[in-house]
Ligand binder design. Structure first.
Ligand SMILES: CC(C)(COP(=O)(O)OP(=O)(O)OC[C@H]1O[C@@H](n2cnc3c(N)ncnc32)[C@H](O)[C@@H]1OP(=O)(O)O)[C@@H](O)C(=O)NCCC(=O)NCCS
Length: 154
């Protein structure tokens, strides 16, 4: 993701989240936050989705991920999470974590499919409706191993 992508990313952010990040927030991430890593995914020359994380010591924390509504259900979200995991592992992370709304069944399915497991709740984490966040973690090395085992079984 570059500064030129921010306008489009914010449109996707606005359709995806009830309390979207602002352009300034993304600009700050790209220019001032040395822990931040952000990527976009292009389809037919269009930004179809984006994802970001903070990498602190050996832990990666997913900050946000979204796919444009008309591109959903085509495995692009899955591709983005796989890319984040690979990038985090490449940069030295051994574990990855995220928060997800308890009601966000689609995202929870995606994360579970890619090896994330729920380890707890942050009660009332989301300020718009007071919803709880599920905290999920994946061990990057072990996740890759178990995915390879699943692929061998299939
Ligand atoms: C969550 C999100 C990124 C998923 O992206 P996507 O490209 O639509 O998802 P994919 O096509 O890659 O699907 C991957 C997996 O997600 C789950 N999933 C996707 N769509 C689903 C649906 N309609 N119902 C249930 N599970 C679904 C499935 O596990 C799926 O794997 P499968 O097809 O093998 O069953 C997308 O829905 C989105 O942008 N949502 C709004 C923003 C958001 O909630 N972000 C997450 C914040 S924590």
């Amino acid at each position: 993701m570059t500064l030129n992508d921010i306008k489009t990313v914010c449109k996707i952010e606005e359709e995806a989240f009830p309390t979207p990040w602002t352009e300034g927030a993304f600009r700050n991430e790209l220019t001032n936050n040395h822990f931040a890593h952000y990527m976009i995914m292009e389809c037919d020359g269009e930004v179809a989705g984006y994802a970001g994380m903070w990498l602190i010591m050996d832990e990666a924390h997913i900050t946000n991920i979204a796919v444009r509504a008309e591109y959903r259900g085509r495995k692009l979200g899955e591709r983005l999470v796989r890319e984040l995991k690979q990038t985090a592992a490449f940069l030295g992370a051994s574990r990855m974590t995220l928060e997800v709304r308890v009601s966000n069944r689609i995202a929870r399915n995606l994360y579970e499919k890619l090896g994330f497991r729920s380890v707890g709740l942050r009660r009332g984490y989301y300020t718009d409706n007071g919803e709880d966040a599920l905290i999920m973690w994946v061990d990057l090395d072990r996740a890759e191993d178990s995915e390879r085992k699943e692929e061998r079984k299939a």
